[in-house]
Design a protein around this ligand. Sequence first.
Ligand SMILES: Nc1nc2c(ncn2[C@@H]2O[C@H](COP(=O)(O)OP(=O)(O)O)[C@@H](O)[C@H]2O)c(=O)[nH]1
Ligand SMILES: [Mg+2]
Length: 299
Amino acid sequence: MRENVCILIPTLNEGKTIGKLVEAYKAMGFTDVLVVDGHSTDNTVAAAQAAGARVVLQNGKGKGAAVQQAFGMIDKEITIMVDGDGTYLPEEVDRLIEPIVNGSADHVLGNRFANYGKGAFTRLNHFGNKMLNLMFNFAYHVRLNDILTGYHAFNRKALKMVNLNQSGFGIEAELAVECLKKDLRMCEVPITYLARADGAPTKLNPLNDGFKIGYTIYKLGKTYNPMLYLTLISIAIFLLGLVVGVYVVWEQFRGIPHNQMAILTALLIISGIQIFIFGYIIDMIVQMQREMMREIRKR
Ligand SMILES: Nc1nc2c(ncn2[C@@H]2O[C@H](COP(=O)(O)OP(=O)(O)O)[C@@H](O)[C@H]2O)c(=O)[nH]1
Ligand SMILES: [Mg+2]
């Protein structure tokens, strides 16, 4: 079975850990280890090759571009994607492979919150991850614990259907969104998450990238769930109208008329209701389109 698996490792300056990682997978019987390197300036490429990996230098910039490129090159039933920083355990790979082999999922995510080592998450990182997962679950009506994990498994179907346009660190969020949009079955399995090796800093900038990932979720969420966004806007406008309206009525009782403000009240309340109805209609169109795509895909 292991000859049907490709181990994909995107790397950028992971010279400290990549050699061992590739060796570990090789020793477990995975013959196809593909390292897509983002033009590392350390010994990553040499170490990966020495350990027996197939190394490809990526075109374009960012992990997203690297992964998209790799997806186009892989022709295996199962693809495992794992960070090259040694924070994930090769021995746990079967947990991710299992749901693919038994056919219960198309995309498996390793849930890092199940078991994480001391210092694996900084406090900010832990908080940020929780927030982004909450936001994601809210926008997409799902219940996932860890969409930003670095340990994934895909079957061939998922690999061919997923389309990543975003570069940089939006990629994990985009992966999750793509799988939902394409109606792929996702599942999570518990995994271990270790701290990075000393002197091998993450490429992630927690604040900056956190906002980028949040923005990606928001931007993509708009097309997936337009109702949500329009509902939020309509509620805001409606409430504003209500506040102004209460003030106008209050003043009226005290004998002070506010004609312009009364007009404003009416406009705000009507706009709020209308935007809500637009959202409802757009939602219906999106649902219908999704249903249709589902039918088409079944054939
Ligand atoms: N090919 C490629 N790999 C990258 C790039 N940026 C990060 N990576 C790799 O993607 C993986 C995840 O990055 P990492 O810094 O560990 O992010 P973190 O796990 O969120 O801290 C690591 O194996 C990195 O070496 C890039 O621009 N190109
Ligand atoms: Mg990492």
